[in-house]
Design a protein around this ligand. Sequence first.
Ligand code: MG
Ligand code: MG
Length: 640
Amino acid sequence: MRTGIATVCLSGTLKEKMQACAIAGFDGIEIFEQDLVTSALSPEAVRAMAADLGLGLDLYQPFRDFDSVPEELLKENLRRAGAKFELMSRLGMDTILVCSNVATAEIDDDGLRAEQLTRLAHLAGEHGVKVAYEALAWGKYVNDYEHAHRLVEMVDHPNLGTCLDSFHILSRDWDTAPIEKINAEKIFFVQVADAPKLSMDVLSWSRHYRVFPGEGQLELAKFMGHVVRAGYAGPVSLEVFNDVFRQSDVERTAVDAMRSLIWLEEQSAKWLDANDPGAAGASGTSASGRRRYPMELATLPKVAEPAGFNFAEVKADDTAGLEKLLGQLGFEFEGRHRTKDVQLWTMGHARVIINEQAPSHAEPAIAALGFDVDNPVIASARAQQLKAPVVPRKVQADEEVFQGIAAPDSTEIFLCQGSPDGTAAWTHEFGDGLATPSGTGAVIDHVNLAQPWQHFDEAVLFYTSALALEPAPFAEVPSPTGLVRSQVMQTTDRAVRLVLNLAPLIQQGAHAGYQEHIAFAVDDLVGLARDARDRGLEFLQIPANYYEDLAARFSLDPGFLATLKELNLLYDRDASGEFLHFYTATVGSVFFEMVERRGGYDGYGAPNAPVRHAVQYDHARRATDPRNATTKYATERSRP
Ligand code: MG
Ligand code: MG
């Protein structure tokens, strides 16, 4: 698959964008007109630079508002086109994107449109240029790719073909199967973009919220499957207008973009394998049994979803607060590592590493997560082919080697050898070497990671592609500082649940600090909470109003309600079961949550999340503002 990307996806100058695309490994780029117009580089210099970087200049775009106009305007449009064709010859480019008319279309007549496009094709032919005509989802008369293709057929000129853009097609819910009926020679270009499902006008949706494949909810593998079956073998190019990507680090975004195409290529091959009728064993098939198509699709090392969490690691300069919390919760201290300043704490199968090798004054933070996988080397090879940065970890000769990669928020992800009995060989490197699961069946239930705003979409793709987690539809949780966008990434059996939170900007500043947590599931939460209270645990204090609301929402046994209130427990219930949970106070940016899932309850107590955010916010404000250190809530509120 020939990979491409439009320069409009990235931040920076044209030169910076081109360099980043080359570093990320793209075969070619689309030059977005504005990037050239605003560039200090001459067309000849751009051409030379692309040649030096080994980048193809695959598409010049966009040329707007050509068709369906009165004759006077058409003449002007042809003059405009001629000037661009001449510019393209200086750039050494041969394909231009012409999108269906939005602003100046006046005459809705396919006969006239075909005639006007014929004149454009003739002019293009004289300059050796190919015109790829694209139906914009919001085109005034042409907004459907099949309509655009019908016009191309009516014109029947070698210099006019069509451009298929997944966003314009899928945002309108057009059926993608008829793509296969298009003569591949008439598909001049293919653009791909994903998007979250939003209900808003399609133009704003497209201009601001497109994301890279795998970061949204459009059925891109199916779209690509039909494109491949049509026989198309040209560039597959990202065209993603996104407010965040356009202000993020250019090289990093280019790598994220490349990862999305590598992933899409694999997903497209999978879709074809699953949907290719009778291909297996037929002549002209590849080793995988897939029918051969003009577009070759590369695949990746295959991994199953992880079997569970192997460990969670928190890191701090001063670890006393963490040790105290874990001890009060009932974790057992298993000992220190033989050679490193690292401690192991366990409860049942839940393992927490406290890493003391942090820079001085570093506050406690979640530093690493270990996942149980079938084969760490294969999983690591896959992640590296998806351009995940490798995390070096020093090991002694007789210690287990961890395959580590860095997640977009710089959390270190370790791919560990899972074992059916839930043990981990590396625990023998700690204490007296006898760390075995003990007592309750506690496990890590979920981990909640705060994502920097500029890396949120990248993180979704990272966990989807490298770790085979499935994104659930995202939710928005109200908090005192704004809405917190929350995205659950999980395995089918829910053995791994990762919650990515995009905190409002204010929470990412120094004032409140972002907060992350590790949640452990136990069998008897009430009993554990009582023991923890007796050991002096500082619970997150839940307001009395919450329990009144709980009593109104659910008909609960008064004794049970009193227990919840007494222990600061939160409660939720749905058709499949019940959920009890509580939170500890926060140390640094970390707190812990203990949960009990009853029946088939599959959520995270979402109705309780606003309560947690509000209490933590209040707590953090009072902790950081000296004027509030000893004052009551009412006094604090009366400040100007
Ligand atoms: Mg497009
Ligand atoms: Mg939670």
